[in-house]
Design a protein around this ligand. Structure first.
Ligand SMILES: C[S@@+](CC[C@H](N)C(=O)[O-])C[C@H]1O[C@@H](n2cnc3c(N)ncnc32)[C@H](O)[C@@H]1O
Length: 211
């Protein structure tokens, strides 16, 4: 079972040997990988029946029915979250992820990879009583992804921690990527838009100096 670079990065943050809920499992590739390589037991859930049909075929193919349970449901509805250590939500938008998480009182470790608005994701999950244990930045097939492991507990965060990430703010590769993005935008801003250009120049300077 070979995973995409993105799902492989998600898998590295999952605790070894624990029970996992994979919300929005799609074809359950992550769950198959985790049971085969990380000694996990999984609940693979999805809101889409067609996705779960494919998941079932894949699970049968690897003969993993005793290790992966399939659930057709919206988010965490009807799932016994207290019986589970890690919750994985990957490949959805921040608003959907937050809706799913906020409908339950959770104490589980969360491994989250959102498609958008990572700053809001960090703020909201920290407000739910979590701290950021790990962050991974990867580029897979030309697209960038951030995967974050949140654990129950508190920590003091500054603005920069929410915007760039308390761990990623010191990641050279990530800052280089952001500088390139900002420079691309700056190039497209007409010369007469002095103040907007200045804002981008300051951002680039801060990223370069790591301040
Ligand atoms: C882009 S796929 C990501 C699949 C996989 N988690 C990954 O990272 O590759 C998003 C999946 O989330 C499912 N999904 C979307 N909203 C959901 C919800 N509220 N509850 C459960 N599954 C949901 C979709 O049906 C789809 O299979």
């Amino acid at each position: 079972m070979i995973l995409s670079k993105r799902l492989q990065a998600v898998a590295t943050l999952v605790d070894i040997g624990v029970k996992v809920i994979d919300v929005g499992c799609d074809h359950a590739l992550l769950d198959i990988y985790l049971t085969l390589n990380n000694d996990n037991k999984c609940i693979a859930s999805d809101i889409n029946n067609n996705a779960l049909d494919m998941a079932k075929k894949n699970i049968d193919k690897y003969n993993l029915n005793s290790k992966i349970e399939i659930r057709l449901t919206d988010g965490l509805k009807g799932i016994d979250v207290e019986d589970t250590d890690n919750i994985v939500i990957s490949g959805m938008g921040t608003h959907t992820i937050l809706e799913i998480l906020k409908s339950h009182k959770l104490s589980n470790t969360l491994i989250i990879s959102s498609n958008n608005d990572i700053e809001l994701l960090r703020r909201e999950i920290v407000n739910m009583g979590y701290y950021i244990d790990s962050e991974i930045f990867i580029i897979d097939h030309g697209k960038s992804y951030i995967i974050i492991k949140f654990m129950k507990g508190g920590n003091e965060y500054k603005e920069k921690d929410y915007i760039l990430g308390p761990i990623l703010k010191n990641n050279v590769e990530y800052r280089k990527y952001l500088i390139k993005q900002q420079e691309k935008i700056l190039k497209k801003i007409p010369k007469k838009k002095i103040f907007i250009r200045l804002k981008y120049k300051i951002n680039i300077f801060k990223l370069k100096m790591n301040i």
